[in-house]
Ligand binder design. Structure first.
Ligand SMILES: C[S@@+](CC[C@H](N)C(=O)[O-])C[C@H]1O[C@@H](n2cnc3c(N)ncnc32)[C@H](O)[C@@H]1O
Ligand code: SF4
Length: 410
């Protein structure tokens, strides 16, 4: 979720969607993203739409408070039911993200999930995930979530090295995320993910290997590994600009990616998206797959984005403004855009090229096809799938995925 919201046309007060967006909706899978915009402290690298108690003080009053948050978010889930109409439409995935969802009481997360179940119904095999910070959960909390219907937990580990965690301003101690994996398994969670960040200033190849080894010892069925992005306006960006800490170069990022791929593959994890590995097809994150494949999802919460049938909209960012809109019976939508066929074509290439299955070549235009032929000769695309009409990245292509995508969308 970017820190700045795009411009767009206004969202009507009742949140109504054009009829074109709802046509055929009952046949499309639907996911819910529920955003929790609170953190105990802000990590220096993070520009997600999240607020510490200090950042909220004096803004938004009682409405912005975390105590009322679950009820406010449930109001938006009820609004979603009205906007999407009464067609029977089971929800396939629910993903609670943040911020730090686990700063709320487990009962609050379970009530939010309950509202989705009550208003829409959950598919029998629905994937229900929450993100969790390792320092903010314990066995009782995890057991309450599992009992309340959550079946997947995604833990922000980032690194196993104390000095790397310190640069990232993470507050958990090394070893705690791995212990959480065991606690989640003991609580009955079928699926557990660990999030890692590589390329933090001061991290060596050996530090990164140690983090991967710690992941393998913990044995989650899913791993996400992201190159550290130094976002403008963050504390980390300021510290790098002042020369207090060095910037990591692109070569180090590429080396770390190759180490991750080698280590994870040898241990039985398979990449299925450039930054994601899973032990089996069932262990993939179905919710993210809905995003990547252009399905419908409703993002509830401040700053959350939604997409239904070619209409994309986004909510106001501040928790106070968000709660005020819902309290007044208005949609919290701040703006929306109706995607053209060309927008959807470009988006499809951007997202699907990063997947193991790649993107069909017939989505490309003449210039994009020429770029794909060049990418094939430069060993950025795999020859077998190419001959069968699909653009699928090689390992080298995955390292340069952003550049390949830029050429193919032309
Ligand atoms: C925004 S966090 C929310 C979940 C939870 N609060 C946490 O920190 O784990 C989700 C994930 O995004 C990734 N992330 C956030 N900011 C990032 C950045 N600037 N560069 C790379 N990864 C980032 C981290 O791996 C993090 O686990
Ligand atoms: S805990 Fe997660 S969401 Fe909160 S500031 Fe840190 S990275 Fe961002």
């Amino acid at each position: 979720m970017p820190s700045a919201l795009p411009d767009g046309e206004p969202v009507p007060d009742d949140g109504a969607l054009p009829s074109s967006a709802l046509a055929g909706a009952a046949d499309r899978p639907l996911g819910f993203y529920l955003h929790v915009p609170y953190c105990a402290t802000r990590c220096g690298y993070c520009d997600f739409n999240t607020y510490t108690a200090t950042e909220l003080r004096g803004t938004g009053g009682v409405l912005a408070s975390r105590d009322n948050y679950a009820d406010t978010l449930i109001d938006e889930i009820r609004l979603a039911r009205k906007v999407l109409g009464d067609d029977p439409r089971e929800v396939r995935t629910v993903f609670v993200g943040g911020g730090t969802p686990t700063l709320l009481a487990a009962g609050d997360l379970v009530r939010m999930l309950g509202a989705v179940r009550e208003e829409f119904g959950l598919a029998a095999d629905a994937e229900v995930t929450t993100e969790a910070n390792p320092e903010s959960v314990d066995p009782a909390y995890l057991a309450a979530l599992r009992e309340g219907g959550f079946n997947r937990v995604s833990l922000g580990m980032q690194s196993a090295r104390r000095h790397v965690l310190r640069i990232l301003d993470r507050t958990h101690t090394p070893g705690r995320p791995e212990a959480c994996v065991a606690e989640a398994r003991a609580a009955g969670f079928e699926h557990v993910n660990l999030d890692l960040i590589y390329g933090t200033p001061g991290e060596s190849d050996d530090d990164w290997r140690a983090s991967l080894d710690a992941v393998l010892d913990a044995g989650p069925d899913h791993v996400s590994a992201y190159a550290l992005i130094v976002e403008e306006g963050t504390q980390l960006a300021r510290r790098i600009r002042r020369g207090e800490i060095p910037m990591t170069d692109d070569d180090a990022h590429a080396d770390r990616y190759l180490i991750a791929e080698e280590t994870l593959t040898a241990a039985g994890y398979h990449w299925y998206e450039v930054s994601n590995w899973a032990t089996s097809p069932e262990a993939r994150c179905l919710h993210n797959e809905l995003y990547w494949r252009g399905a419908d999802w409703w993002g509830a919460g401040p700053g959350a984005h939604s997409h239904v049938g070619g209409v994309r909209w986004w909510n106001v960012k501040h928790p106070g403004a968000y709660a005020a809109a819902l309290a007044a019976g208005r949609s919290p939508g701040a703006g929306r855009e109706l995607l053209t066929d060309e927008d959807r074509r470009v988006e499809r290439i951007l997202l699907e090229l990063r997947l193991r299955e790649g993107v069909p070549l017939d989505v490309l235009r003449e210039k994009g096809l020429a770029a794909a032929r060049r990418a094939l000769t430069e060993e950025l695309l795999q020859p077998g799938p190419y001959d069968e009409g699909r653009a699928v990245l090689t390992l080298r292509g995955r390292l340069l995925a952003d550049a390949v995508v830029r050429d193919l969308v032309d």
